[in-house]
Design a protein around this ligand. Structure first.
Ligand code: SAM
Length: 482
């Protein structure tokens, strides 16, 4: 039997079934142990250091106890600390992005995904380079600067060369004041060599959802195709890091398996990356299974209600305080609004989950990957965020200044974000407002920027940011960053 070892490179040892089961048992036994819960909450709390503020994070066992606990005051306290952590490390900034679907050809048989090869009535599409260009222009015209590219797994239709060509095309398009400055990639698990090629193409984060950490369910949910190989899939992030990609994004597809099992697996995966590579995941996404062509989410018995979903987000925030958290348009405005308070730092806006969807007037359903709940325009999402007191940020500076992996983490840990990310967020928001926003969004935005500038602690940086903001308003100069 495999023995739990977070430093091992073998899936069954770092995501160890016995250890997860023991964790769930421990959590169940201690869910009303107030003394223990208080000590875990105390450990999770941010504390002051000489250079700023820091957090210890939680182990998968500690975090699982909190997730199991349903004493109302304690849950309230978890939410308060989650919000404190979010504000301490990410401030009130919310990074904006959009997915770009390149191809829905797929050879896998995933039971929850409409791209599965047996689905004969979904329209199969693969963008040509010219179509990629049209899609990117449409995204730039909305104001997006950061994309996550998505594709099914198909070595013939979507080989790595196709993905690399698309990345080159995306980075090459300069339309009006637009530019895509960071391309994140969500494609199937691949080889070290291919990860190296993606790194050389200048990608930001490599994102791969585990779907489920429960091996038996994983094998049943992925009955055929290369994705059936649980170990190869689970060990992908280690290969990505070996290939030089130091920002990786984890996630599970909530609803497929029992959320407590998934939660423990997810935190163990983060611990494993930290133990082996010295840097945890750059982001964690929290997708839930949605209705899609040929897919009825009700056939999976593990759907989670909104309240539990919010608690999971808060507990992830407490466990891995420095990791960015992403919520997509799978979720409604209401759920997204609550989740933002509890630790989410990145959201998508105006997403189309169909191949070629951004160049079609009407939201096309024939090649969509899943139903989108939040169907607002980017302008509406940006205005909504500002009305809730958040700063929508279009910043991509860290990645372009080489602040990735542990360099980003040390910036975050030293509390330097107010000197760095805050001015960058305000400058990129100014670019957005000047170039793309409606009059009402502009009005709300410029008032917010005036107030937020005052929060920048060092006079010299505030002065530079404020001068750049005036320059952006008065000229065509773009792309300022610290
Ligand atoms: N093909 C790549 C892979 O195998 O990892 C990933 C790309 S896929 C476009 C992105 C993610 O969408 C999947 O990892 C899965 O978690 C999610 N997804 C698939 N079907 C879904 C559904 N019905 N509802 C919500 N999300 C879904």
């Amino acid at each position: 039997m495999a023995v739990y070892n977070p430093k091992s490179l073998k899936a069954e040892e770092f995501i160890n079934d016995e250890e997860i089961k023991a964790t769930l048992e421990y959590a169940e036994q201690n869910k009303n142990n107030v003394e223990l819960i208080d000590s875990i909450l105390e450990k999770a709390r941010p504390y002051k250091t000489e250079t700023g503020v820091a957090c210890k994070g939680l182990t998968h066992r500690e975090a699982s106890v909190l997730l199991a606990c349903d004493i109302p005051e304690k849950v309230e306290e978890m939410y308060r600390i989650a919000e404190e952590i979010k504000l301490a490390f990410y401030g009130n900034r919310i990074v904006m992005f959009a997915p770009l679907y390149l191809s829905n050809y797929c050879v896998n048989g995933c039971l929850y995904c409409p791209y599965h090869y047996k689905n004969k009535h979904i329209t199969r599409k693969k963008l040509t380079q010219d179509e990629v260009r049209q899609e990117v222009i449409a995204l730039q015209d909305m104001g997006h600067k950061r994309l996550a590219i998505e594709a099914g797994e198909d070595p013939v239709n979507n080989p790595i060369e196709y993905i690399l060509e698309c990345i080159d095309t995306i980075y090459s398009i300069k339309h009006k004041n637009g530019a895509i400055r960071r391309v994140n990639v969500n494609i199937a698990a691949t080889t070290v060599e291919n990860y190296r090629r993606l790194k050389d193409a200048g990608i930001g984060t490599y994102i791969l959802f585990q779907e489920t950490y429960h091996k038996k369910s994983y094998l049943e949910l992925h009955p055929t195709g290369p994705k059936h190989d649980y170990d190869y899939h689970t060990e992908a992030m280690d290969r990505a890091m070996e290939g030089g990609i130091d920002d990786v994004g984890l996630g599970v597809l909530f609803g497929l398996e029992m959320y407590k099992y998934e939660f423990a697996g997810l935190i163990m995966h983060a611990e494993h990356l930290e133990a082996v590579h010295g840097v945890g995941p750059h982001t964690i996404s929290v997708p839930r299974v949605k209705h899609a062509d040929d897919i009825d989410p009700d056939v999976f018995d593990n759907s989670i209600p909104d309240e539990m979903f919010e608690k999971i987000i808060a507990c992830i925030r407490l466990a891995v305080p420095y990791t960015g958290m992403i919520i997509s348009t799978r979720e409604s405005e209401k759920v997204r609004g609550n989740a933002l308070r509890l630790g989410i730092s990145q959201i998508s806006g105006a997403s189309r989950t169909s191949v070629g969807g951004y160049t079609e007037e009407e939201r096309p359903h024939d090649s969509e990957q899943f139903d989108v709940s939040d169907q607002r325009t980017l302008d509406e999402v940006v205005r909504w965020l500002m009305e809730l007191g958040h700063i929508p940020s279009f910043c991509t500076a860290c990645y372009r200044e080489g602040r990735t992996g542990d360099r980003f983490m040390s910036l975050c840990k030293s509390g330097q974000i107010l000197n760095c990310c805050h001015p960058n967020a305000l400058m990129t928001l100014t670019e957005y407002l000047v170039d793309y926003a409606s009059d009402e969004t502009k009005r709300i935005g410029f008032e917010l920027i005036e107030r937020e500038l005052k929060k920048i602690p060092r006079d010299r940086i505030r002065e530079i940011a404020s001068k750049n903001i005036e320059d952006i308003k008065n000229s065509n100069r773009r792309d300022f960053r610290f």
